[in-house]
Design a protein around this ligand. Structure first.
Ligand SMILES: [Zn+2]
Length: 248
């Protein structure tokens, strides 16, 4: 009999460990951040149509956008980050840094990441770029220390920011047509989601390898060590023509 109890206890411990790992994983945190934002977007008035965790394909590349809000006042494209700690970054740098009590982690500049989403969306919806409004949102666990002009907000600021944009750009009919286009282009197949994950990982890996070999991923110039306000970094030797930087 005690054998069964031991087996049960061991099973519960394994399950608990599994859930704790999932909860703490980057993917788990990302999904919780996205969930928090989608709940906020649900409270927008009826003329705002929201698409969450939206996948589509442009020129043979799959694209994933955390949130798209269609409205007569513009199309909002939202990238959500659920990071804890100081967030240091500039508008045009290639990477930003998360600093949590000295533990530094570099991640792709979310403004640039979101710009690629805007361009892809512009292509499938056929709307001018100035009518698509990119927003990066961090949960309030982050302490934003960014010098940027593209909106980088906390989740609690998001709804007001959207509602304050009141200049009418589209008719109700146009908004409905965009929604139909998005519904048609949406990839819901799980396999495609996996392909997207692999494509993203390959992109990151390719860049990492180039950087390790001190080659600029943007212009293939040489990367050299420099010192700046936030510590040492690698910068492109073709500066100012190429402004690629990565923290060390
Ligand atoms: Zn370069």
């Amino acid at each position: 009999m005690p054998g069964i109890y031991l087996f049960l206890i061991a099973s519960i411990v394994v399950l608990l460990l599994f859930f704790v790992r999932r909860w703490n994983s980057a993917e788990g945190k990302g999904k919780r951040g996205e969930k928090a934002v989608s709940l906020i977007l649900e409270t927008l008035p009826d003329c705002y149509l929201t698409f969450n965790d939206y996948y589509f394909s442009v020129d043979g590349h799959s694209v994933q956008i955390d949130h798209i809000v269609l409205s007569p006042f513009g199309i909002f494209v939202i990238e959500t980050k659920n990071f804890k700690g100081w967030i240091i970054g500039a508008e045009t740098s290639e990477y930003w840094i998360k600093n949590y009590y000295g533990n530094k982690y570099k991640f792709r500049n979310p403004i640039k990441q979101n710009l690629s989403h805007v361009l892809a969306l512009k292509k499938i919806l056929g709307v001018p770029q100035e009518k698509i409004i990119p927003i990066v949102v961090f949960t309030s666990k982050a302490d934003l220390k960014c010098s940027v002009h593209t909106p980088v907000l906390y989740t609690y600021q998001l709804k007001n920011y959207i509602l304050r944009t009141t200049n009418q750009l589209f008719t109700e009919n146009e908004v409905n047509q965009f929604a139909q286009k998005l519904q048609c282009a949406n990839i819901t197949d799980d396999k495609r989601h996996q392909i997207h994950m692999i494509e993203t990982q390959n992109y990151v890996l390719k860049n990492e390898t180039l950087i390790q070999n001190r080659i600029c991923p943007k212009c293939k110039g040489q990367l050299v060590e420099r010192n700046g306000k936030y510590g040492s970094f690698l910068g492109c030797s073709n500066y100012p023509r190429c402004r690629f930087t990565v923290p060390l």
